[in-house]
Design a protein around this ligand. Structure first.
Ligand code: FES
Length: 261
């Protein structure tokens, strides 16, 4: 045991006995996060072309600035001079940035600390868990889940609103895109590890706990989604960017939104 620990400590960065393509996962994560994280950052700071009635980009909901179109303005903060998305994006970035899955992904992809299981890391074995500054801040994830669920509620409202056109009820391609987007975001958020703990943590026996039956059913549901949390994380990230892009293209007149109904 001690011999193998010594052997691991002696490994230099990237040194390993593994013969598989261990580098493929961290490399694709690094490229994927750079691409979609980069797009999201660009879109958030634009402050234009985020609304094409009845579609509102998910990056801009709820819309809280006086510059928001009247149809979707929830609050009119007239002191705010920048893109309305910035007012709310700290919640979403905080939620995604502290997500248990993304932490593992970017620790490996960007910090190469370690780059993969049983592969030499660049600073040796100095990881002490997330018990000291700055990594202890990652524990704020359990608080980000609550405002994130509120924002998710607004996204569901926006999706229902996307069925209401100026001539009444209808379905456009954008309606379906918003619907798929909010379902994927819900699958991601409701599979959250922190939510799973909120639902089922701290009890020794569900049948003895207050609201034990409801908590058990909720815990089962969250656990079901949690099994594929990484997949939900990626697909929802890609689709939310594509949804913003679609709204942006329609709003700027580059494409027209075909009506299905
Ligand atoms: S652990 Fe990923 S969203 Fe909470």
């Amino acid at each position: 045991m001690q011999a193998s620990a010594t052997l691991l400590q002696e490994r230099r960065l990237g040194e390993t006995l593994r013969r598989d393509r261990w580098w493929a996962a961290p490399l694709s994560v690094a490229l994927g996060l750079a691409l979609f994280g980069g797009y999201a950052t660009w879109a958030i700071f634009q402050g234009t072309n985020y609304f094409a009635d009845p579609y509102l980009s998910p990056f801009y909901s709820p819309c809280l600035s006086s510059s928001c179109p009247g149809e979707v303005r929830l609050l009119g903060f007239d002191w705010w001079r920048f893109s309305p998305a910035v007012l709310i994006m700290w919640v979403i970035l905080g939620f995604r940035g502290t997500c248990y899955y993304y932490r593992k992904a970017y620790y490996r992809a960007y910090f190469i600390d370690p780059p993969a299981c049983a592969v030499g890391e660049h600073r040796g074995h100095r990881y002490q868990g997330e018990t000291a500054f700055p990594l202890i801040l990652q524990n704020s994830h359990r608080y980000f889940i609550l405002p994130s669920l509120i924002i998710l509620g607004f996204l569901w409202y926006d999706t229902l609103r996307a069925f209401l056109f100026s001539d009444g009820f209808g379905i456009g391609v954008g309606t379906l895109i918003l619907l798929v987007n909010v379902v994927l975001l819900s699958g991601y958020a409701f599979g959250c590890h922190s939510l799973r703990h909120l639902a089922g943590g701290g009890v020794d026996c569900f049948s003895c706990a207050r609201f034990g039956g409801a908590r058990y059913r909720l815990w089962r549901g969250v656990s079901f989604l949690n099994r594929k949390h990484a997949l939900w994380a990626w697909v929802s990230l890609i689709v939310v960017c594509l949804t913003d892009l679609y709204v942006r293209l329609v709003a700027s007149g580059v494409v027209s939104d075909p009506r299905i109904l």
